[in-house]
Design a protein around this ligand. Structure first.
Ligand SMILES: Cc1cc2nc3c(=O)[nH]c(=O)nc-3n(C[C@H](O)[C@H](O)[C@H](O)COP(=O)(O)OP(=O)(O)OC[C@H]3O[C@@H](n4cnc5c(N)ncnc54)[C@H](O)[C@@H]3O)c2cc1C
Length: 416
């Protein structure tokens, strides 16, 4: 506990983004505190996500093909993307931003920025894993994104070329090659037109990774304030933030710091709004189903993406995690079992022996999404308040690199 001195850095939020930020700050020799309202790390959106570290999936959802698809899916309960309109101008502003990012030029620019950050992130994630001996059901067998129609496959060639040209090996492959890489497709190969294979992509359990990294940080001097809600930022007379006001079962408190990093996931936007920081960040709800293997031997070993249904498949050691779909409908986290059962039906169509479906676990949470899927990473209008949030569909993929980049920026700023 740092009783007298302010911390060098307070990290708000103990999801995968906050914990990797705290880790790099600790490694740089800073005194660090992490604050989260939950009793442990990674209990919100980083809890049961798709588990993929997928640079090959860097093309944002906002791309030129999406407006027509959205129109087709609009208001259908079973479509991969669902829109629930609300009287909330933040939602409509986000949609306007999303549509503007669907232009080919904007979408390609965003893709390139995401690939660049994701490549850095993969290097940093590997560094963490080696140094910290983290065991999180990690697999490095690549990822296959598969398509059912030749037209769909042809439409993603340009994005695949861009990803390849920017440093991530990425090949368009036929059905035979898919079967070589992942033989469990064999009975259902007739459903496929082909795929995009990124052989260096990975998968692993985000929750396990984040919890172990948090434990390592704690052992090496990072202070954790769990069950503690950040309620306000306390400003200095000049233009900075001097402390975070918190509330726990012990009541209200103030924790002082020289720098503060906002890693609050989907709560970042409402938290910052009273301070004149207006992030265009909105929740996009997703679901996951964890299917225990039991005695079945028909689960894929290689990580997969079913782009038509916006579902990702990751083998996490003793279960298959299938996650995805998107709902734009506000901050509610209620679990729609109909959506989860829909995911199970999709899995059974291709992998009927994937596992013990009766004992599947269902989960839902909110992706902190920007319209472009490019996160807010860097400074704010306050010189010592930093943003690392809005990682949308790729928070696990981008976390280690985002944390590293942010800490490098903080280290260059005055006041440390
Ligand atoms: C269904 C689904 C599948 C996904 N699949 C993948 C995938 O395969 N690969 C990938 O790269 N990404 C994936 N993602 C995205 C990824 O999970 C998120 O981008 C990532 O978890 C966001 O991490 P975070 O740390 O920003 O947010 P979070 O994990 O939500 O962490 C934010 C933390 O802030 C805390 N908090 C909020 N407000 C306060 C407050 N006032 N005081 C104290 N604490 C507070 C919360 O308790 C929480 O712990 C998926 C997401 C979903 C929903």
């Amino acid at each position: 506990m740092n009783d007298s001195q302010p911390y060098d850095l307070i990290v708000l939020g103990a999801g995968v983004v906050g914990i990797t930020t705290a880790y790099w700050a600790m490694r740089a020799g800073l005194s660090v505190a992490v604050i989260d309202r939950h009793p442990h790390a990674a209990l919100q959106t980083s809890f049961a996500n798709g588990g993929q570290i997928s640079i090959g999936y860097a093309e944002p959802w906002a791309n030129p093909r999406m407006p027509a698809k959205i129109f087709k899916w609009l208001f259908s309960k079973d479509s991969p993307l669902v829109f629930r309109p609300r009287l909330d101008w933040q939602q409509w502003r986000w949609i306007a931003g999303f549509l503007s990012q669907c232009r080919a030029s904007a979408s390609e620019r965003n893709l390139i920025r995401i690939v660049e950050l994701a490549l850095h992130s993969r290097r940093k994630l590997r560094e963490i894993r080696e140094l910290e001996h983290i065991d999180h059901a990690h697999r490095q067998l690549g990822i296959i994104r598969f398509y059912r129609s030749q037209r769909e496959l042809d439409s993603v060639r340009r994005a695949a070329d861009l990803i390849q040209n920017h440093g991530c090996p990425c090949e368009v492959i036929g059905v035979e090659r898919i079967l070589e890489i992942e033989p469990t497709f064999h009975n259902h190969a007739h459903q496929l037109a082909g795929g995009v294979y990124t052989p260096q992509d990975e998968s692993g359990d985000t929750h396990r990774f984040t919890q172990q990294l948090a434990a390592n940080c704690s052992q090496r001097g990072v202070d954790f304030f769990y069950n503690t809600r950040a309620t306000a930022l306390l400003q200095t007379a000049s233009d900075g933030i001097r402390a975070v006001e918190t509330r726990s079962t012990d009541g209200y408190d103030e924790i002082e710091a020289r720098h503060i990093a906002i890693c609050l996931g989907v709560d970042s936007a409402p938290f910052l709004r009273p301070y004149g920081i207006d992030l265009n960040l909105y929740p996009v709800k997703g679901y996951s189903v964890s299917i225990p293997f039991g005695n079945s031997g028909g689960s894929p070993t290689v990580a997969l993406i079913d782009d038509g249904y916006k579902l990702v498949y990751s083998n996490l050691g003793d279960h298959l995690r299938v996650a995805g779909t998107g709902e734009l409908g506000g901050y509610r986290r209620d679990l729609d079992r109909h959506r989860c059962r829909g995911i199970i039906e999709r899995v059974k169509e291709i992998f009927p022996d994937a596992g013990d479906f009766h004992h599947s676990r269902f989960w839902t949470d909110l992706r902190p999404a920007t319209p472009s899927n490019v996160p807010y990473l860097g400074g704010s209008r306050y010189p010592n308040l930093w943003l690392n949030t809005g990682h949308g569909t790729l928070g696990w993929t981008l976390s280690a690199g985002s944390g590293d980049r942010l800490v490098s920026r903080i280290l260059k700023s005055p006041g440390l």
